[in-house]
Design a protein around this ligand. Structure first.
Ligand SMILES: Cc1cc2nc3c(=O)[nH]c(=O)nc-3n(C[C@H](O)[C@H](O)[C@H](O)COP(=O)(O)OP(=O)(O)OC[C@H]3O[C@@H](n4cnc5c(N)ncnc54)[C@H](O)[C@@H]3O)c2cc1C
Length: 499
């Protein structure tokens, strides 16, 4: 070995032994374990931006979690979201292991003027938690739940799934409102509202948020609760991901017996009109302890049917009085309503390969399921050999409606149902025809709705998104101007800042 080569080798060894102090956690995972070249990326406004190799390497070195780059299988896994027809390629993906990593990612993105997507469960139907050419902050590495059974509070990390929370809280006979599919993200669901099987008893997920830890666009770590940063505390309860990355939530928990009565009963499609009319009356007069969804569904294999799905968590001695009429709403074809574990019921809507299908949806709130809207739904409904279609009225009302519309940023307190048009198809299909069909079908039902769940906004105009915040828009705009004046967090039900 000549002297020059020896010095080079020694230096490399010295660097290698020195680096682990700063790199002992962080991994850059790309085509190699180093950032090899400058990266072409996009700003939030869609302009080109070049990320310097050394700066990206420095970001990678600063993290306790991973920095994923194209060319690595972990990048391929992380960039995916639930809707398989979304195929976006972020320029880089940060998987934070803690608040420090989130701060570093946000600082880097802001200083580079980079487009940012924040992913928790990846359920946003139009793929707002991923992006082309920007930074994805993938919080799948930030999943944990800590329950304080005495105080009845759960502290839940910002990347956790609903199933994580239900599992851990129910172990103590405690619950808070979570949605109906257990692989949905706690953060995405909660920040926009959060409907679920116990929402009529305990309010929306947002109504149970006691506080959040959040990294705002300027990289500051803030606590927002009833004492600190009250303005932000109000805003995150319905304002979505507009103000920063929530790294942790504190949820109020409630005592509940984990054995509930739950499941689905289906009836022939020929009985759809009478079953849905029964549903409309029954849901409108239900006690808070009864959650009942009603709808119609068509599947290429199973054909069309009308269904009712319930969760009853009230006194056991009232159960048959409340549940029997539901079973007898028509001629049951299938009935799995039974006494069951709440956590199992919460996972009963899961699909085994959640990312196998393309999907699209339309939705709108409604106070009453009228005979006119039932006619509109039945008139437009049709089977198709290549797609599944479900129209479902998700039950709201109860405690959700007993909160003032300006008490939190979630304004739509009048609702008794969220009308959901859900469609999916094998991912190899061209989505265009399916999406066109749903949009047409939706036109006949939309006039019967008022307001849209912010978590389900798909292709509405920016003006409509703003209007949808209703009486809370001006206050939310003030918060956006204060906490995110450059609109770093724009891939959401976006409030466009005006400063
Ligand atoms: C199968 C299915 C079932 C559903 N069921 C229900 C239901 O029962 N009740 C209900 O209310 N809704 C339901 N939804 C809608 C659901 O609330 C939204 O899709 C929600 O956005 C999902 O959250 P996520 O974290 O999984 O999504 P993601 O796609 O990961 O995130 C959505 C958005 O949330 C924001 N975000 C995510 N994490 C953070 C964070 N830590 N900090 C700041 N911002 C963040 C970002 O803006 C992101 O674009 C359902 C959706 C699907 C697809």
């Amino acid at each position: 070995m000549n002297r020059r080569k020896f010095v080079q080798t020694s230096l490399a060894a010295a660097v290698a032994t020195a680096l682990p102090v700063s790199q002992s956690y962080a991994k850059v995972l790309g085509a190699s374990s180093m950032v090899e070249a400058d990266i072409n990326a996009f700003t939030g406004d869609g302009a080109d931006v070049t990320l310097k190799r050394a700066a990206v390497q420095e970001l990678g070195d600063s993290l306790r979690g991973n920095l994923l780059l194209p060319g690595h299988e972990a990048y391929e896994e992380a960039r995916r979201v639930l809707n398989a027809s979304i195929d976006k390629h972020p320029a880089l993906i940060v998987q934070p292991k803690g608040v420090a990593d989130v701060k570093d990612a946000v600082d880097f993105a802001r200083e580079s003027n980079l487009l940012v997507a924040v992913k928790c469960g990846g359920h946003n139907v139009v793929g707002k938690s991923t992006c082309d050419g920007g930074m994805m902050i993938d919080l799948s590495t930030l999943r944990s739940v800590r329950v304080d059974p005495k105080a009845k509070i759960a502290t839940v990390s910002g990347g956790s799934w609903l199933g994580d929370m239900d599992h851990d809280t129910m172990a103590f006979g405690l619950v808070t409102t979570a949605g109906t599919v257990s692989h949905t993200g706690v953060a995405g669901l909660t920040l926009g509202g959060g409907f679920g099987r116990v929402g009529r008893r305990f309010g929306l997920a947002v109504d149970n948020v006691l506080g959040v830890d959040i990294v705002t666009a300027d990289g500051q770590f803030l606590r927002a609760n009833a004492e600190e940063n009250q303005d932000l505390y109000w805003g995150v309860r319905g304002g979505g991901g507009n103000f920063g990355v929530v790294t942790s939530f504190d949820f109020q928990l409630h005592e509940m017996d984990r054995e509930v009565i739950g499941g689905t009963v289906t009836f022939p499609f020929s009985e759809a009109k009478s079953v849905l009319n029964f549903f409309a009356d029954y849901a409108a007069n239900a006690p808070d302890e009864l959650y009942i969804d009603g709808g119609i569904t068509a599947d290429p294999k199973q054909g069309s049917m009308v269904f009712l799905h319930i969760c009853y968590s009230g006194p056991k001695n009232m159960a048959s009085k409340i549940v029997d009429p539901i079973r007898n709403a028509g001629t049951p074809v299938f009935d799995d309503i039974k006494s069951m574990d709440y956590v199992a019921l919460q996972a009963s809507g899961d699909v085994s390969d959640p990312r196998a299908n393309g999907s699209y949806m339309k939705s709108g709130f409604t106070s009453h399921v009228t005979p006119e809207v039932i006619d509109a739904i039945l008139y437009g409904f049709e089977e198709h050999p290549d797609r599944s279609m479900t129209v479902v009225y998700q039950h709201a009302g109860g405690a959700i409606g007993r909160v003032a519309s300006d008490a939190t940023a979630f304004a739509h307190r009048h609702v008794n149902h969220d009308t959901l048009f859900l469609m999916d198809w094998p991912v190899e299909n061209d989505p265009a025809e399916h999406i066109k069909w749903v949009r047409e079908y939706w036109k006949s039902v939309e006039p019967h709705t008022r307001g849209i769940y912010a978590n389900d906004l798909v292709d509405e105009s920016q003006q409509k998104v703003h209007r949808n915040y209703a009486g809370n828009y001006e206050r939310l705009l003030g918060l956006k101007n204060k906490y995110d004046p450059t609109n770093l967090f724009r891939l959401n039900a976006n409030i466009v800042p005006t400063v």
